[in-house]
Ligand binder design. Structure first.
Ligand code: PLP
Length: 376
């Protein structure tokens, strides 16, 4: 099978898996325990965190190990809202965030917070002017994703940061789940206060992610117990999860596969540009690993099944929406023509893909279009 659903999840890297097993077998003691084995686990945890923080240019910052991107995003949205609610009750995000941001915001709306959802243009881009117009003295938090998981749009995070800092004291969080390992992610250059990363999107393991914080910014905890992770996330910390996530981050930060991704992407887009039945939804300057396409008057599932029969795994707009019959919130937000709305597919590359697989994809795409044109 050719796997092109890497934005949903990736195959774990073998050395990441090995580091997870080794840490489990040797450093299984509780890092909060006072005995020697506990202290050794704690040292390893600390070292892994330092490595992660260095990789994102936040050496003096803090990292909270979570169960994935969803929990880290929930902690950022709910936790910052609770921590800073004495300053104000206004939050800004975008219409095209991952559901782990949007549904956390909806929860807060029910508790009396005011949320502005920035609209996007047909390429999925927010407007800096619109962001500036929404910032006010009650704004305590802005959360804008770096790369959109459905169509790959890259938001101008450092320019947003400048505006936010110029207009008040709001915390700026960015969901970097789809950007880390594909684009440079430096908290310093992006100018953000907090970012989310998930290990399983970068050939790490499912069930691990992290919220990275600039000091001294702190969300309130959203779970309760023994006060681990500086009181930010109770529960015994999984040292193997931290060790393997640090390894996955190290490997993906140095990998240069992204260079091929852009070439591959351009190749596919050039073919699509010649086909009237296909619209490319991802903008030209989108993240290199995601291409979103839409077929005219053809259901996305039909395309997915056809590609699967030919040995190629692709998805509809995203894994979260793949079982929904209606178009996703991102597809609605970009205002896609109704003839194309139900025909969206996403092709996302990962480190295991090869040039030959791209050629096969193009061949199958041409075959599929020919069948549609012949009305089969
Ligand atoms: C942009 C984005 N944010 C957050 C998440 C959630 O991450 P996780 O699957 O680790 O909970 C995803 C996963 O699809 C994502 O693409």
């Amino acid at each position: 099978m050719i796997y092109f659903d890497n934005s949903a999840t990736t195959q774990p890297n073998e050395s990441v898996l090995e580091s997870f097993i080794a840490a489990n077998m040797r450093f299984y003691a509780n890092p909060a325990s006072l005995h020697r084995m506990g202290r050794e686990a704690e040292v390893l945890l600390k070292r892994s965190k330092e490595q992660m923080l260095t990789l994102i240019d936040n050496e003096d910052g803090e990292v909270v190990i979570t169960s994935g991107g969803t929990e880290a995003n929930n902690l950022a949205i709910i936790g910052f809202a609770q921590a800073y609610k004495t300053r104000g009750n206004h939050i800004i995000t975008t219409e095209i965030e991952h559901p782990s941001i949007l549904n956390a915001c909806r929860q807060l709306e029910g508790e009396g917070f005011e949320i502005d959802y920035l609209p996007v243009d047909d390429s999925g881009m927010i407007s800096l002017k619109e962001l500036e117009s929404k910032l006010k003295k009650e704004t305590i938090l802005v959360s804008i994703m770096h790369v959109n998981n459905e169509i790959g749009t890259i938001q101008p995070i450092s320019q947003c940061a400048e505006l936010i800092k110029r207009n008040g004291r709001a915390i700026f969080h960015s969901d970097c789940v789809q950007s880390f390992g594909k684009l440079p992610v430096s908290m310093e250059s992006l100018g953000v206060d907090a970012i989310t990363i998930s290990a399983h999107k970068i050939n790490g393991l499912k069930g691990s992610g992290a919220l990275f914080l600039k000091k001294p910014i702190k969300p309130n905890a959203i779970n309760f117990g023994g006060g681990q992770e500086n009181g930010l996330r109770s529960g015994t910390v999984s040292v193997p999860n931290a060790v393997s996530m640090a390894k996955a981050m190290r490997i993906s930060a140095v990998n240069n596969e992204s260079k091929h991704f852009r070439e591959w992407r351009n190749k596919i887009i050039n073919v699509c540009d010649e086909i009237e039945l296909v619209e490319v939804l991802s903008p030209q300057n989108a993240a290199p690993h995601i291409i979103s396409l839409a077929f005219k008057s053809i259901k996305g599932e039909v395309a997915i099944n056809y590609f699967q029969e030919q040995g190629i795994i692709i998805s509809t707009s995203s894994a979260c929406f793949s079982k929904n019959k209606s178009a996703s919130h991102v597809i609605e937000a970009i205002g896609l023509d109704k003839n194309f709305k139900n025909g969206v597919i996403r092709v996302s590359f990962g480190n295991t893909n090869t040039e030959a697989e791209i050629e096969t994809f193009i061949k199958v795409l041409r075959q599929f279009v020919e069948l549609i044109e012949r009305g089969i």
